[in-house]
Each structure stands twice: as structure tokens, then as C-alpha cells.
Design a binder for this molecule. Structure first.
Ligand SMILES: C[S@@+](CC[C@H](N)C(=O)[O-])C[C@H]1O[C@@H](n2cnc3c(N)ncnc32)[C@H](O)[C@@H]1O
Length: 381
């Protein structure tokens, strides 16, 4: 059966000599430095009982004060450690009277947000005589299980951070052999973050119908209404429309969310062409097309509506065009506010194809290639 971990002995230290009423961040930092690096509970007590009340009186938030202290020259505690100490003491001011070794409570305070769950873990650790490794493993495994539950709940691979890499497109969304099909998981995550129940969703470059497949097959998005267009529609859910010629055939102020996945030929030029000559032409061509597209988005979106666009830069020798930045500029000129930026690394099969082609050279200059698209999201004022 598991052994109890040894108690951490608190280090004896002198009582604070500074008067915290004369709130000086530099003095506080010096004072904090006199704490033993392992003595988290005492450090937390000092922060909670002495520093925070004074900070609050001066209208400062707790995190703000800790950030200021940790940015003082010579301070040995980063913000993350101060935060952990503060949580540790706040949740367990009576730690010395509790039955488990102190390290258990430090882990519970810093790794488990809900107090009910902290109490449950404490009870299990006592009843089953857990070691600290048992507790850590249990917290870790429960966290994983919760994330898997979330995914099952929504029915797709939900991402929590702003890099969405999907090596295999979800076979339920879009048509497998369609050139330029986007992994459906990207559209599903975009709908999750940028739409709400009942929203009217528009996809003017619908391709193989990925957006419709997601809305129709995932219960979480069933209540979204959608309209799809493409210059070359491939199924009955997609209406024929060339956005460059006829704009977006929708009424003004009618749409909640637009997903723009334009064809690569709108931005990427043939790398064998004379890029110096075509650089300005590429940018001019881009501006001509996208000014019109973005103006149409601004027209059909409701106020507060959002639009996401998939874009990547074009490299050529020492020159490159930062198309995501150019698109951002165009949206901002129309008063849109940027509300999201997600990196979309390309699939390894796409990257290895480029490795096999070797490093491109333009007039003897080695040229990097783009391996990552961006999903930029903007909100109409
Ligand atoms: C990158 S694909 C979109 C792929 C789609 N998201 C999917 O997952 O299948 C770009 C699409 O834009 C369409 N397209 C190209 N030029 C267009 C234009 N001027 N107006 C409307 N659609 C156009 C192409 O037919 C193609 O289906």
C-alpha cells in the first residue's frame, strides 16, 4: 500500500520588519526574497495577509501586484510561483492542522480549481493512503478524461489553444478527393468559437461542402442556418456564384458569420516566375480581389457579425508578401476589429511533398516555403 510522503518542515524566519502601509514594490520584493524558496505557505500568508489588503486599498488587483513584484530586478520568484503561493495559503490557511503532508495541499491548491473536487481528492488520499505520485497521476488522468468527454460531447476534435493542427481530415466532412478541401475539424472549431445558436452562416467558397456537412451532421451546430456558394458547385446544397463578378448574392445586414477559404490561386503565384517583376503585380492583384470580397462581407454581415479568412504568406527569395497582414489591413480600413488569430500548420503529407521538391531558389537566393496558414477573424462594428 502507498506510503505517506514526509512532511515539509516550515523554515523559521524573522517577522516582517517593513511597514506594508508604505507600499513600496521594491521593498516588498526585497522582503519576499528573504523567504526560503520551499516555504510556499509562509510566502502565501505574507502575500494574502499583508500585501493584498494594502494593494486593494490602492485599487490594484491581486495579479497586478504580483506581476509588479515579480518584475523587480533581483526577485527570485516568478509571477507563477507567487500566484501558486497565494492560492496555496488562500485555500489551506489551516494546512498545519490537516492530516495529509503539506505537499498534497500545495498540489491540490495549484492544480484543482473546484473546492468540491479538492475535498474529494483529500478524502480519497486519506482513505486509500495515496502517495503524492498517486494524487498527481489521478489529477492528471481525470483532466485527460474530462477533455475527452468534452470532445465526445461536441462530436469533434475541440481545440483549446490557437494552433489547430490536424494531420488527418475528419472523413465525415467534405469530399476526400476534392483539391483544396480544408480539414473539417478547422471549420468545426471556427463555428464553435465564432458562432452562437441560431446564427446564419455563409460560405462563399464552399468547395466540397465541408461547412454544410458539419452543420448537418453535428448536433451541436444543427441550429445554425447556412448558405453555400461556389463558382463550380459540386452538390445541390451549393449555389453557383462567382464572387469576383457578382459579389455575395445576399441582402445587406443579414449574416452572422462568414467562413472564407479562398482558392490558393488568389494569392500564391508560380515560384518559377520572375517574382521581382510579379511581386507588385501579385500584391495589386490581391488588393483588387480582396478589397471587393471584404467590402461584400462588410455589406452582408449584421453589425457585430464575424468573418474568418484562411490566408498564408507567399515567399520568394528575400522578398515575401505577408498576405495575412495585408488582409488584416483591409478589414481594419473598413472598421472591423480583429477578434482571433489561429495558426493552421499544414499536414505532414503536404510538407513532405515540398521537401521532395528541394529548396526553391529565385535568382540564386534560397527561398523559404510557407508551412502554416492562418485563420484570421474580424468583427463588424
Ligand atoms: C480552397 S477551396 C474551398 C474548399 C472548401 N473549404 C472545402 O473544404 O471543400 C476554394 C473554392 O473556391 C472556389 N472558387 C474559385 N474562384 C471562385 C470565385 N471567383 N467565386 C467563388 N468561388 C470560387 C473553387 O471552386 C473552390 O471550390
Amino acid at each position: 500500500m502507498a506510503q505517506k510522503t514526509k512532511k515539509i518542515t516550515p523554515v523559521k524566519r524573522a517577522v516582517s520588519k517593513i511597514d506594508v502601509k508604505d507600499f513600496s514594490i521594491a521593498e516588498l520584493a526585497r522582503e519576499l526574497n528573504s523567504f526560503n524558496i520551499d516555504n510556499y505557505w509562509d510566502l502565501g500568508k505574507f502575500l494574502v495577509d499583508k500585501v493584498m489588503p494594502v494593494a486593494r486599498k490602492q485599487g490594484m488587483f491581486e495579479d497586478q501586484v504580483m506581476k509588479m513584484i515579480s518584475s523587480q530586478p533581483g526577485i527570485k520568484f516568478p509571477f507563477s510561483v507567487l500566484k501558486q503561493c497565494q492560492q496555496y495559503y488562500s485555500y489551506y490557511p489551516d494546512v498545519k492542522k490537516r492530516s495529509l503532508p503539506e505537499v498534497f495541499y500545495f498540489d491540490l491548491a495549484t492544480k484543482v480549481d473546484e473546492s468540491k473536487r479538492r475535498d474529494q481528492y483529500e478524502k480519497f488520499a486519506l482513505d486509500y493512503k495515496w502517495t503524492i505520485s498517486d494524487l498527481r497521476k489521478k489529477i492528471h488522468d481525470d483532466g485527460l478524461a474530462r477533455r475527452i468527454d468534452e470532445r465526445t460531447k461536441y462530436g469533434f476534435d475541440l481545440r483549446e489553444r490557437n494552433v489547430w493542427a490536424f494531420d488527418t481530415p475528419d472523413p465525415r466532412f467534405g469530399k476526400p478527393n476534392f483539391k483544396g478541401r480544408i480539414p473539417g475539424q478547422i471549420v468545426a472549431n471556427a463555428l464553435y468559437y465564432y458562432t452562437k445558436p441560431g446564427d446564419y452562416v455563409l460560405d462563399p467558397f464552399a468547395g466540397s461542402g465541408t461547412t454544410a456537412d458539419i452543420i448537418e451532421s453535428l448536433a451541436h451546430f444543427n441550429d445554425r442556418k447556412f448558405k453555400l456558394y461556389d463558382a463550380h458547385p459540386i452538390d445541390e446544397r451549393i449555389a453557383r456564384n462567382n464572387i469576383l463578378l457578382t459579389g455575395i448574392p445576399e441582402q445587406s445586414n443579414n449574416i452572422d458569420y462568414i467562413f472564407l477559404d479562398p482558392p490558393t490561386e488568389f494569392t500564391q503565384k508560380d515560384s518559377s516566375s520572375d517574382f521581382e517583376v510579379s511581386l507588385d503585380a501579385s500584391r495589386a492583384d490581391f488588393l483588387l480581389k480582396f478589397k471587393g470580397i471584404i467590402r461584400e462581407c462588410a455589406r452582408v454581415l449584421k453589425s457585430g457579425g464575424k468573418v474568418s479568412i484562411v490566408m498564408e504568406p507567399a515567399f520568394a527569395g528575400k522578398e515575401f508578401i505577408d498576405f495575412p497582414a495585408e488582409a488584416t489591413q483591409l478589414f481594419k480600413e473598413l472598421g472591423f476589429r480583429q477578434v482571433g488569430k489561429v495558426y493552421l500548420p499544414k499536414r505532414s503529407s503536404e510538407s513532405s511533398m515540398r521537401i521532395a521538391q528541394g529548396i526553391a531558389e529565385v535568382k540564386g537566393i534560397r527561398a523559404l516555403s510557407s508551412d502554416c496558414k492562418e485563420l484570421l477573424t474580424f468583427q463588424k462594428p
